[in-house]
Design a binder for this molecule. Structure first.
Ligand code: PGA
Length: 258
């Protein structure tokens, strides 16, 4: 049983998370290269999340192409005294189309807990803003056999408070922390058992819709074919390999053949 298709986004979905990389000129060049490949893609949905400083440049560079541009985080309030944060109206004002929340670097470097991440996700979903919720266990949690408990704890505050219909704009990225930026990609068996568990958790709340579930963590053109051909995987959230046109374009081509 594979996840049911969603109304606003579809698989295969490839998301490039540029993190805190690229000045505007390099961001424009990369975005133009991605846009060119995206124009030729027949079925792959392609999203990129540049740093905020390059957002306008990237939006201009991909104009007229199917590439969608999003932010790496979003605050739950519309405005106010929240130094260093960005709100949904601000992102919409720019023309930004989606947001990532709860990335492992937000959780583990900046200490964002599940309930705070959930506030970010719920505020965006309430406005029908496509939102990628990132979840995943650390190496220690996996060794302690707590993977499913961690996944459940991260999903619960979002799934339990979501209103009917909001699941349609939710995308979940399973990103084992030990696989991010390390070159240690999870095995297909590890990916499939967690994606299956996430699908089941979602079906407990909404029988007929399940969000797209992406895998993330050291995805490269060398390991992506097996991952994207799994019926449990809807696409990938890609860090390092999204920063070079050749590798991201190769990932798009692999997704096209899936
Ligand atoms: P990586 O990053 O592809 O460089 O491992 C993935 C992510 O952080 O989303």
């Amino acid at each position: 049983m594979s996840p049911a298709p969603m109304s606003t986004v579809h698989s295969p979905l490839l998301v490039g998370n540029w993190k805190m990389n690229l000045l505007r000129k390099d961001a424009r060049d990369l975005a133009q290269a991605v846009a060119e490949t995206a124009r030729a893609a027949k079925k792959t949905e392609i999203w990129i999340a540049p740093p905020l400083t390059a957002m306008e440049t990237v939006l201009q560079a991909v104009q007229g192409s199917p590439v969608k541009v999003g932010a790496q985080n979003v605050h739950w309030e519309k405005r106010g005294a929240f130094t260093g944060e960005v709100s949904l109206p601000m992102l919409k004002d720019l023309g930004t189309w989606f947001a990532i929340v709860g990335h492992s670097e937000r959780r583990h470097i900046f200490g964002e807990p599940n309930d705070l991440v959930a506030r970010r996700a719920l505020a965006a979903l309430q406005e029908s803003f496509p939102t990628i919720l990132c979840i995943g266990e650390t190496q220690k949690e996996r060794e302690e056999k707590r993977t499913f408990a961690v996944i459940k704890e991260s999903l619960a505050p979002v799934l339990d408070q979501m209103k009917a219909g909001e699941m349609e704009n939710l995308v979940i990225a399973y990103e084992p922390v030990w696989a991010i930026g390390t070159g240690n990609v999870a095995t297909i068996a590890q990916i499939e058992e967690v994606h299956r568990f996430i699908t089941e958790e979602c079906h407990k709340r909404a029988q007929h819709t399940a969000p797209l579930i992406l895998y993330g963590g050291s995805v490269t053109p060398d390991n992506f074919t097996e991952i994207i051909n799994s019926p449990w995987v809807s696409g990938a959230l890609v860090g390092g390999a999204s920063l070079k046109p050749e590798s991201f374009q190769s990932l798009i081509q692999i997704a096209e053949k899936s």
